[in-house]
Structure formats: C-alpha cells, structure tokens
Design a protein around this ligand. Sequence first.
Ligand code: C2E
Ligand code: MG
Ligand code: MG
Length: 777
Amino acid sequence: MSSPVVRAAGIRLGGGLGPVVLAVACVAYVSVWLVAHDSDNLVPGYLGAPVAMAASFFACRRIGSQIRISRPVRGFWRQISHASILLIFASCAGAVLANDDVGMSMYTAVPNVVGIFWGMFALGRLPLSDKTPLARLRILLDAVTVAVAGTLIFWYVVLSFAPAGTGMSARVAAGMVGVAGLLGLVIIGKAAAVPGAPVDSLALRLLAIAPMVAVVMAVVLIAGPPGPRLALAVLGGPLVAVAFTTSAYRQRITLAAPAPHGPGSAPPAAGTARSRRTLWDLLPFLAVTTTAGLVITVSARNMAGRERAVIIGGVLIVVCVVARQLLGLRENKRLLAGIRTQQTELERLAMTDPLTGLANRTRFAGALAERLGAHRPVTVLLIDIDDFKTINDTMGPAFGDQLLYQVAQRLRQSSAAHDLPARLGGDEFAVLLDADDVPIAEEAAGRVLQALAEPFRVGEDHLLAHASLGVAIAGPGDSADEVLRNADIAMYQAKAGGKAAWVRFEPRMRQDVVNHARLGSELHNAIIRDELYLLYQPVFDIGTGRLHGAEALVRWKHPARGFVSPGDFIPVAERSGLIVPLGSWVLREACAQLARWQAAHGDGAIKAINVNVAVRQLREPGFVDEVAAVLSETGLLPDNLVIEITESSVADGRQVRETLTALHEMGVRLALDDFGTGQSSLSLLRAFPVDVLKLDKSFVDGIADGEDRGRLAVAAAVAQLAEYLQLSAVAEGIESAAQLDRLRDMGYRLGQGFFMAKPLPAEEAGNLMAANPIPVV
Ligand code: C2E
Ligand code: MG
Ligand code: MG
C-alpha cells in the first residue's frame, strides 16, 4: 500500500503536471515558430492550439472523474472539459482556414462563444453560498451592464480601427467572442470571490485567464496590425490551454492536500475574499463610466447642439447616479467595518469572564479542544476554592467577588505565558498547560496552590483561603469533555481527602465514580424496596453503668451485595442528594421507635434518641418544619431528640446556622459528632447553640496505654471544656475496660462503644430498657 504522501506525489507528477507541461511546450513551440517561420504556409503554427487543447481536455476530464470529490465539482470540471473539446474544434477550424485569413471567422467564433457560455453555465450550477434570487439578479444586472458597455465600446472604438475591407461576419464574430469573453470574466470573477466556494478560488482565477485571452484576441484579430494578429491567432489557443491545465493542476493539488479551509472548518479569511470582491464589484461601474465617456464623445461628433445638450445632461445624471452608488458602497463598507469591530468586541466579551477578566468556560473549552485536535500536549488543572460558600454567606457577595478577583490575579501571575488560566464559573477556575509531563504538571499544581495559600487582603480584612485542585493529563484520543471530567474527578478526590491539596487523576478513580454512580442508583431502589433498617447503639452513663440513650445507625442489606457499610453508602447518598429522603426515613423511624419503647417500657425507656443528620438535610428549607411534624406525629417532645451533626456542617453557611438555631429554640438538642477532628472547634462552640460534644473515637483509641500524649491531652481538654461550658460530653468508640476507666477519670460521664454494646436491633435494645435501671457495666 502506498502512503498518502506517495499517492499525493503520484497525483502531481503522474496525471497532474503532464498536461501543463504539454500546454507550455505548445506555447514554446508556437513562439519559436513565430520567430523562425519563413514560408507562407501558416498551418504548422496553428497546430499548437489543438494539441494544447487536447492536453487541457485530458487534465479537466481526469478531475471530473475523481470520485473523491463532490458531485457538483466533478460536474463542473467535466463541463470545462467539454469546453476544451469545443475549443479543439475552433482551433482546428483556425488551422484549416489559416492560409486564407488570419482574422476572426464564424467557424472559429461560434465554438469559442459556445465554449465560454458552457463554462459559465458550469459555474452557475455550482452550489455557491451567494445563490439567493437577489444575488442572482445582481449578477445578471452586472453582466448585462458589462455586456452592453463591451458591445458599445467594441462597435464604436475597436471596429473603427478595423481595416477597410473587413467583412460584416468577421466583425460580428469578433464582437461575439469579445463580449462573451467579458461576460465570462465577470462570472468567473464573481464565483472566485465567494468565500468557501467548492471549486478552489485560485483555480478559478487561473481559469479567468481564458476569457481574458478571448477578449484580447477579439480586439487584436479585428483591429490589430498584421504581426500581433498572427501572433494571437496562433498563440491564443495554447495560452487558453495553459490557463485550463494550470487551473486543473491547482485543483488537483488542493485535492491531494486539502486546504486548511476544507469542509467542516472555518471559511478562508474574510479579508482576502472581500478585497477580491471589491475589485469585481467595481467592474460594472467602470463599464458604465466608460460607456458614458463613449456616449459623450460620439454625441459631440455627430449631433446638433440641442440634442447634444440632452444627451450630455442624461449622461451626467447617469454619472451622478454611479457616483452616488460608489459613495453608498463606501458608506456600506464603513458600516460593515463598524459592525465587524463590534462583532470582534462581542466575540471577545463572549469569551471573557466579566468579573475577573480571565477566559471563560467557552473559550477554555474551545482552546482545549483546539490543542487536543492539533495533538499538542495538554494538562488541565481544575481549581475549586474550599468552603467558598461559607465565605460568601458570612462575608457577603461583594467580599466573595473581591476574593474571586484576587484568586484570578494570582492564577494569572503564577501561569506561564503559554498557559491559559480561566474561570469556569462560581468558585471554579482552571489552567490549561502546554505539557503532558507528570513532573511539570505536578510542579504547576503545587505552584498554583502555593500562590493561593498566601493570605488574601480584601478591604480591611485578611483571609486565608485554600483550594482543592485536580490535575488531568490528556491521553491519546481524549476529548475535551473527558479531560475536564477527569480533572473534576481528581479535584473531588482532593476535596474528599481533606481539601487544600492537589490530586492527579488516575484511571481507577473513574471506576470509583462509576461504582458510586451504580451504588447511587441501587440506593435509590433500596429506599423504595425497604432494604434499609436501623440499629441502635446504646449510650451509657459510665459512672453508674446505666443505660442513658441510644444512637440510631442506618443499615443497608443489599439483596446481592449483602451488608453495605454506611461508611460506603452515606457519602454516595450525600453527593447524590438521596440523603434527603433517606434521612427523613431515619428520623421518622427512630422517633417512632422511641415512642414504641416509651409505650412498652415506661420509665425504663431511654429519654432521648440520637439521630445523625447530614448537612445536605440541614440545607433543605423545610427541615425544621419536618422535625416538628415528625415529633408531633410520633407524640414525642423536642427534648426527646438529639440531632448529631459534624463540625464541618456547622461551618457550611448562614442558612444552616439559622436552621440549627431554630431547632435549638424549639428544644431539640444538638450534638457535635466526631468532635476534635474538624478545624475550628473552639470558635464554633461560641457561635453555635450546641448541647453535646461527642469525642471522636480516634482520641479514645490508644488512650489506655498513654502513649499518644497529644490525643490524651485533647480527650482531657474536651471533658474540661464541656464541664466549663456546661455541655455533656460523650466518649465514642470505647473498646476496652482500660479506656473506660481512663475516660471516667478524665471526667466523662457518658460513653458508647463495642465494649459496652454494639449497635443492636430495636428489640435487643428494648430488652436493655426492660432491665433498666439494672446497671449493665
Ligand atoms: P457516627 O455517627 O460517628 O457513628 C458512630 C460509628 O462508630 C458507627 O459506625 C458505630 O457503629 C461505630 N462505633 C461505635 N462504637 C464503636 C467501637 O467501639 N469501635 C468501633 N470500631 N466502632 C464503633 P457506623 O454505624 O458504621 O456509622 C458510620 C457513620 O455513618 C456514622 O458515624 C455516621 O456519621 C454515619 N451514619 C450512620 N447512620 C447514619 C444516618 O442515619 N444518617 C446519617 N446522616 N449518617 C449516618
Ligand atoms: Mg453519630
Ligand atoms: Mg461519631
């Protein structure tokens, strides 16, 4: 199999260049003959034309049979090959008549004119963009103007130079060829100026040499001196053939190596097409002005004073109208230039983020796709400001805008010249890197995070903001969407891993996302199909050993996977929003269970039930009403319910804080779960109406052997803090007697853990209540 390069070269050398060489050789032969011939026999000079035209027929025919090109373009070249045949006839007729008369005759003119019209007809059939009825009418008017002007000039000027004995038929024949040539010139010129025309524009312009030669031939053959007449009579055909063959050759080259403005991509630069179009647009005006000059000259010669005045007046009016048209043309151009400037400005605005001045998502996605399309190395850094919503809610949107602006500035400063920083929306930014090297990408990610880690100064305030960053290096065949999605996945991993960090995408992460998505849809069914149930982990008074309360913990028994840990499905539920219906079910079920226990065990029953609530639920506008409704439906009082929330959910924003305050005012108690693992524990305790602190299990682990003094210190401090603030402290995850003893010594009154009891089914937890107040520990 030959490579495309070899095939392209084959096209050029095999069938493409041969006819051109032959046509040029004919021109050379005829030129040499012109200089060297010494007999009266002119026939050998005329023989160059049919041979050259045969070459042009061959060249056009070959393109017309290329199945790789579109049907209309093929048809066009076939029609041009027909025109070549007509010109072979014309040149043969010329050769036969050569020794009688060198000038124009009907035998040569008719095939010439038919050939030109056949070529124009071929152009008319092409699917050009300018094909509205109005555009056709404009072309027709231009053509008629040029034809009328051409006929008049030919008749009054050219023919006045014709030798005295020139016959009528020769005059008409030359006039026909001249005018047809002019018309051909207008039509080809118009077609070549249409942007994105299916036939190559340069090929069309080369083709336009043919009617030009026809016009010159018509003039010189009828009115020229004998020497040039003979030269054009024999050279005209070969020159036309050179025009045809080079034009066909040009079309072949564009086929072998498609031009950058091939199908599917942008049309050629509008500027070049415009400047060409302006030239052709002026042609009819030139024709009108020349005709006006002619009319004045003729009338000055032949008419009486009064008639001459009328004619000159009429011509002056025509000239004024033409001048006015030209002014209108200029004005239109000026307006067009203005529109184009505005368009450029609008395009710029449409590609820019108004707040930060960075590229926006559209521009970023476009640049990314372009680089991928050009097979250039690409890495995307996706940056999301951590807890931006909280900052915006607490400090106000104007502050948030200022912060975003400064983040943009830092991204700009930390980017290299060929990188593209962008704001994709909200607090999400991205940088497009010209690299696919892991160390370079990671170094850039580190540089961006470092740039953002410096405190921001907004007005009088100083603020530390962090960001999570996902790095995605484009692999072969990746689309823009895929690269962005990969960066997004990596960024979420960075968030899930504790924020303020970067993570590089790895393909296994995609699998995690797929698994999560699958789990999400299965969880949706689980809620509908009653696959969820609750266990209750007792909370004990570790001083007396009595049962104090219980925490409701959700469980999922998957029909195929078996038991699924809440550690796996709660994050999925939170991300998908399914936590809202799931949490509602847990709240209702836990409250109903407490009501059943109270009915069954009276005073022995626990006083309150702890329910875990995710921040996503707290953001729901109707959450407070829902809690009130559940309490009233189950006949519980607000102090029968303890809602467990994490520290990070308290920091979520104003709405969540308002919800928590409303719950507290209603009388529902709030517990800070996993206390000590969050970031801003102490300030939260002041700002937020908390009742219970649940010391995280990680502080209880290893408490007994006293090795980890840091954790020991936190556990002790939390107990003291709770006492000082009059909150109750619960130690979580107690697994041994030694831990229990140490916690008791530290001042903890309440505890839960596998040492005392694992999460139990409602019935077993109920049995403990039946035994209450018998100490369990
Ligand atoms: P959490 O709220 O901190 O719940 C305590 C977790 O620690 C429970 O895990 C419990 O089984 C476990 N645990 C208790 N004592 C011990 C111990 O001595 N040793 C050990 N190793 N573990 C102990 P579980 O049930 O797997 O729940 C995990 C997390 O899932 C919970 O942490 C909570 O954040 C979430 N979760 C569970 N149920 C719900 C729910 O209904 N709604 C929401 N939003 N989250 C829930
Ligand atoms: Mg909990
Ligand atoms: Mg906990």
